[in-house]
Design a protein around this ligand. Structure first.
Ligand code: HEC
Length: 447
């Protein structure tokens, strides 16, 4: 490899270049990149092909770090040769062309924060269950994308009046005899000034796991049309007939009887995602000390902008406004929080996002055959026990940490004896805190 090529690749890969292996052909080793790019806290649904989910804590971050950003792959991650990479634009255009990455980058650069959500996010919550990856909350992420407008690329090719749909093709290859994963979007969305071919994510060169060197960014729409490793754009004058448009990724547009089957012809391709919010903290089934606390998470919407998020601690009987803690623009998610002074009791904590049309997340989810577009209001059960976290910490976590407590599953009487033993061993427990400390331990670490 010439030193000039080497430099080009280094600058393309930026900071992560030193982590990568490159073969004699100059192809990136996708495995090396992906292994480096993924946090060990991600929920692994499949390693081959790669399907990784963001853990709940990710919803506290205004911008999702790349190592936490979910990965969905229908096929194996391809080896992409940056030196020979070209994008081909063809079909219902009067000037078809192929373009290198270098030349593509000469088009005007745009940047936006955009949330990408898998149409199947939340599938694991559907009852009866439906086949497919059992995503819980985290097949969604919010990144800063930079690239060029798809509209500028299409303008260069000069769309014919017959142009109706735009079919994206990636460098990945179908496995076995499965149909190739390909999606199309209508020309109308393709010409939207925010629809992008991205080569950067969060200020870094796009990682291979996220589609390097080029990924389609379709703000507001499901991740299925955000094609990775983009090598081809074909403009067609009809509905695209590919399996993942005609059969997969379709929704009946309304609820259907749970467990029923629906003819794909009676369904429509998934386009916009729905307004939704997720609570990152507190976690479900938590037992927490009384005192000042915080309910927080993220909320987003699709084609219709997000308007507001409200919080309930009484299972949806009353609601109060949450406060936005980010300003990620029209297409990004917004982090939000609510300051909660928790008093002892049991609570059903909920968050509810509403879009600019006044449509709010529902209390009950309508069922659909492939488990798409889950956006029901989430419930987090919390038990608030007397005693502040601070005094538990100061009395009990000075000599050892909580691991010792967690292993014990004791009754209240046993905890009382344990506390007395620790007091003999040097634990400082204020006399008027002893009973509530025992309550707290007995509630958290019970048989
Ligand atoms: C002054 C230091 C100190 C403080 C403070 C302290 N512990 Fe301990 N704790 C110990 C030691 C030492 C052990 C024994 C470690 C061993 O032998 O493995 C222990 C062990 C334990 C064990 C394991 C079971 C056992 O009895 O050996 C539990 C449970 C425990 N502590 C709970 C608590 C609780 C609850 C508090 C707060 C009320 C507390 N500790 C505060 C020193 C302390």
């Amino acid at each position: 490899m010439s030193s000039q090529n080497h430099l080009a690749r280094r600058s393309f890969l930026g900071a992560s270049a030193s982590l990568l292996l490159s073969g004699p052909s100059g192809a990136l080793s996708a495995q090396a990149v992906n292994a480096e790019a993924k946090s060990s806290t991600m929920i692994v649904h499949s390693r081959k092909p790669e399907d990784y989910e963001m853990p709940l804590d990710g919803f506290l971050q205004p911008i999702t770090p790349i190592e936490l950003f979910y990965v969905r792959s229908h096929h194996y991650t391809p080896q992409v040769d940056l030196e020979t990479f070209t994008l081909r634009v063809s079909g219902e255009v009067s000037a078809p062309f192929s373009i290198s990455l270098r030349d593509l980058k000469k088009l005007p650069r745009i940047e936006l924060v955009g949330v990408m959500e898998c149409a199947g996010n939340g599938r694991a919550f559907y009852a009866p269950r439906v086949p497919g990856l059992q995503w819980t909350n985290g097949s969604v992420g919010n990144a800063r994308w930079a690239g060029v407008r798809l509209a500028d690329v299409l303008k260069k090719a000069n769309l014919k009046p017959s142009a109706k749909n735009i079919v994206f093709d990636g460098a990945d290859q179908a496995i076995g005899t499965m149909p190739k994963f390909q999606r199309s979007i209508p020309v109308r969305k393709g010409l939207d000034p925010d629809t992008m071919l991205a080569f950067e994510m969060n200020g870094q060169p796009l990682p291979v796991a996220h589609g390097a060197p080029l990924r389609v960014v379709v703000p507001g729409w499901g991740g299925d049309c955000w094609t990775k490793w983009l090598t081809g754009i074909q403009v067609i004058d009809h509905e695209f007939e590919g399996f993942f448009m005609k059969t997969g990724y379709r929704h009946p547009g309304k609820g259907v009887p749970p467990g029923s089957t629906v003819d794909p012809a009676q369904m429509k391709p998934i386009e916009s995602v729905r307004v939704k919010s997720v609570i990152a903290t507190p976690k479900d089934n938590i037992i927490m000390p009384q005192g000042p606390s915080r309910i927080a998470g993220a909320a987003w919407s699709g084609e219709v902008p997000l308007d507001k998020v409200e919080v309930s601690i009484d299972g949806g009987r009353s609601w109060v406004a949450a406060r936005f803690t980010s300003s990620n623009g029209r297409w990004g998610w917004q982090t939000w929080d609510y300051a909660w002074n928790a008093t002892p009791g049991t609570y059903k904590i909920m968050s509810r996002a509403t879009d600019a049309n006044g449509y709010s997340q529902p209390m009950e989810q309508e069922w659909n055959p492939s488990g798409y577009l889950w956006n029901v209001i989430q419930t987090v059960r919390a038990e608030v026990v007397p005693l502040t976290n601070t005094s538990y910490r100061s009395s009990c976590l000075g000599c050892h940490n909580e691991d010792l407590m967690r292993g014990q599953k004791l009754t209240r009487a046993q905890w009382e004896r344990e506390v007395e033993k620790m007091m003999r061993w040097g634990s400082q427990v204020p006399a008027d805190h002893k009973a509530s400390l025992v309550d707290y331990l007995a509630a958290r670490f019970k048989p």
